[in-house]
Design a protein around this ligand. Structure first.
Ligand SMILES: Cc1cc2nc3c(=O)[nH]c(=O)nc-3n(C[C@H](O)[C@H](O)[C@H](O)COP(=O)(O)OP(=O)(O)OC[C@H]3O[C@@H](n4cnc5c(N)ncnc54)[C@H](O)[C@@H]3O)c2cc1C
Length: 297
């Protein structure tokens, strides 16, 4: 669907809609609701609003108070950026583009009635719905991560924010000569080059500040999943003796107490700082057609 078709469809949907729910804005304009204010949702919201020249009301539902750029978060781990450098207020979307922002979480979609129910209990009606909740983590595949306290000790930092800062603090506290290990899930996962890029950032930090320390990559995949020759060249030329790459190490459990990753073959790897990037899939939101699965994050 191109831009013109989307705008026409949203307008036509508004004329045909007989949902019986009041629009959030109280206006008679077509209503577009966007679930998620990340890169996908915020960008879509902005352009629907701009291209319609204000003739479509756009509402973003997002629980976080600010936008934090995930792609730049590895720079925080490497120490060259602070989390504040990655953080942007949603104010510009509200003030400059006239987008309505609701700090809430969508829990249920009814495609028949064209409504979205929020955690607060509020119900929004829409003519067109954009669903962009990012990824959710499949913790069931790493049972030890569901033990009490496990997820506050063993971090993923695969969504930028509080975990990014906490992992950076773990790295700063690690003594020189320690081992930082990262488990990489089988494909598909968000941002295939991200783990290898993270390894470079942390290895750079170690090379300057903790030269006896190691970065150990425990990769469930048979080989580097993206830009392999490039990463391997850099690891050899710049981080030889710091980065160790172990392919086909499929992590099936974590012992959070001892910071140990356990592979499907029973190998156990202890690390001073263990960073677990869990298996993942597109975020789920319950909807009326069945497949009840409240978004678990
Ligand atoms: C370490 C790392 C490095 C990366 N580097 C790059 C890079 O260099 N280049 C690149 O292109 N990509 C990169 N990526 C990938 C990039 O971050 C993602 O592709 C991008 O963030 C996806 O945007 P999104 O809007 O789909 O999801 P997200 O950015 O995750 O946004 C989803 C939003 O939806 C909200 N949400 C979730 N559920 C609900 C709900 N039920 N109700 C309301 N809101 C909800 C969340 O709070 C979140 O704000 C990287 C990712 C990581 C982890």
């Amino acid at each position: 669907m191109d831009r013109r078709q989307f705008l026409q469809a949203a307008g036509a949907g508004a004329l045909a809609a007989t949902t019986g729910c009041a629009s959030i804005t109280g206006s008679s304009k077509p209503q577009v609701v966007v679930i998620g204010g990340g890169y996908g949702g915020a960008t879509a919201a902005k352009y629907v609003r701009m291209w319609s020249e204000g003739s479509i009301d756009v509402t973003i539902v997002e629980p976080n108070p600010n936008f934090i750029s995930c792609p730049l978060s590895n720079l925080v781990l490497g120490g060259s950026k602070q989390i504040a450098d990655l953080t942007t207020s949603y104010d510009a979307l509200v003030r400059h583009h006239g987008i309505k922002l609701l700090r809430d979480t969508a829990t249920h979609i009814d495609p028949e009635k064209r409504t979205v129910t929020l955690q607060s209990g509020q119900t929004l009606s829409y003519d067109r719905l954009i669903v962009s909740p990012g990824v959710e983590f499949l913790w069931d595949e790493l049972p030890g991560m569901k033990a009490p306290g496990a997820q506050t000790k063993i971090l993923h930092a695969w969504k930028a924010g509080i975990q990014t800062v906490a992992l950076r603090l773990q790295l700063e506290s690690m003594p020189d000569g320690g081992v930082y290990a990262m488990t990489i899930p089988p494909q598909p996962y968000r941002c295939p080059p991200g783990p290898y890029e993270r390894a470079c950032q942390i290895a750079h930090y170690f090379s300057v500040h903790k030269p006896k320390s190691k970065v150990l990559l425990l990769d469930a995949n048979e080989d580097v999943t993206s830009k392999g020759p490039l990463f391997k060249k850099i690891w050899k030329e710049r981080y030889s003796g710091i980065i160790e790459y172990r392919p086909s190490f499929r992590t099936v459990d974590i012992d959070a107490g001892s910071s140990t990753a356990i592979s499907e073959l029973g190998d156990k790897v202890h690390a001073d700082v263990l960073n677990v990037i869990p298996p993942q899939r597109a975020g789920a939101i319950a909807f009326d057609a069945g497949l009840a699965n409240i978004n678990k994050r």
